[in-house]
Design a protein around this ligand. Structure first.
Ligand code: KG4
Ligand code: ZN
Length: 355
């Protein structure tokens, strides 16, 4: 049985987990910083790394205690190497390096996006990977389409050319005055909104499998806020970074519903095209936006192949998914040198094991 302690600090969650055999969660601790960042309406990098440094030790200790394991029972230590915020990544990486040195355990640096894909392996009803599969990773930092042909073998076929899907949710949420993060807040508001009340564009891109969400965000802003020409502005107002003013007749729930409908339509159309072109046996949806119920329903209805997604608690960032990915890497013989560096950007390439 392979037992791995995994650590994840790429963004705003300090997380540690113990995973056995790449599929079983022994413990999964996530210390969220959402409350800390809510006042800024987004993740504040310096605040994030300081908060990671404050809680990492306790989070790892708790993960080991809940798994009821000692370090000598482990096979390896895994940590997110990138992509992510460098200051945040470094806290986890340095902690993991220290542990590896102290215990003599092998160390594995894991790609965060690969971790999101492997969150599917932790679903209670997961049986066997359906290669070749289409992975659609939609989170706050990424929107990527990848064809996965075997463990660790990826072909990136497309992704967003501007905002990530979750980033669009967060920006529109802020615009509409909803709490951070925008995704769950928009989903809640949309539940009682009329989708047809606003007509928003479904972006077309040059790339067959690419996505674009900034035009949609602008369309929502135009529909929802008072445009500068319609407003008498003082010079000081014009110069200041002023938050856009919502129109008196703006209906937040309708706007949320129409935005969510347009964004999910674009994702579904692109995923369907890719799944059929690459003869995927299944579509694996992962990342924070995969928690969205409308997206799940639409994909299931539109695809000719099954769509799978992680349990809700594994959609957003966690260390369990890093441990699951690490298990397959460990078995394939992959080890990272103790002096490996954080990678702020790191695309999942043809064969990450060979990197
Ligand atoms: O995967 P994640 O925790 O972080 C990154 O790796 O970026 O994803 C966070 C993102 C946020 O942008 C959040 O608004 C979005 O996932 N999100 C959702 C939902 N829950 C979280 N978006 C749409 N619908 C949701 N239910
Ligand atoms: Zn993530």
């Amino acid at each position: 049985m392979t037992k791995i302690l995994a650590i994840e600090t790429s963004c705003d969650e300090t997380a540690a987990a113990v995973i056995t055999d790449g599929t079983t969660i022994k413990s999964n601790i996530v210390a969220s910083q959402i409350d800390l960042h809510a006042q800024y309406g987004g993740v504040f990098p310096e605040v994030a790394s300081r908060a990671h440094a404050e809680s990492i030790s306790a989070v790892v200790e708790q993960a080991m205690a809940e798994a009821e394991l000692t370090y000598d029972a482990l096979d390896a230590i895994a940590v997110t190497q990138g992509p992510g915020l460098v200051g945040s990544l470094l806290v986890g990486i340095n902690f993991a390096k220290g542990l590896a040195l102290a215990t003599g355990l092998p160390l594995l640096g894991i790609n965060h996006l690969e971790g999101h894909i492997y969150s599917l392996w932790l679903a209670p009803d997961f049986s066997e990977a359906e290669f070749p599969l289409l992975a659609l990773i939609v989170s706050g930092g990424h929107s990527e389409l990848l064809v996965m042909r075997a463990h660790g073998v990826y072909q990136r076929i497309g992704g967003t050319i501007d905002d990530a899907a979750g980033e669009a949710f967060d920006k529109v949420g802020r615009l509409l005055g909803l709490p951070f993060p925008g995704g769950p807040a928009i989903e809640r508001a949309a539940a009682t909104g009329a989708t047809a009340a606003y007509a928003f564009p479904r972006a077309k891109t040059d790339g067959r499998y690419d996505l674009s969400f900034s035009g949609l965000k602008t369309a929502v802003m135009r529909a929802a806020t008072v445009q500068p020409s319609a407003r008498r502005q003082s010079r000081r107002e014009r110069g200041a970074e002023k938050r856009a003013e919502l129109r008196a007749d703006a209906n937040i729930n309708d706007l949320a519903a129409a935005f969510q409908d347009a964004l999910t339509d674009a994702l579904v159309a692109t995923a369907c095209r890719a799944a059929s072109d690459f003869a995927a046996h299944a579509v694996y949806l992962a990342g924070g936006v995969s928690a969205n119920q409308l997206l799940r329903r639409k994909l299931a209805a539109a695809l000719a192949v099954p769509v799978r997604y992680p349990p809700l608690f594994l959609c957003t960032d966690n260390a369990a998914m890093i441990g699951a990915a690490a298990c397959f890497r460990y078995r394939a013989g992959h080890r990272s040198p103790l002096d490996f560096e954080a990678r702020a950007s790191w695309r999942l390439s043809e064969d990450v094991y060979g990197d």
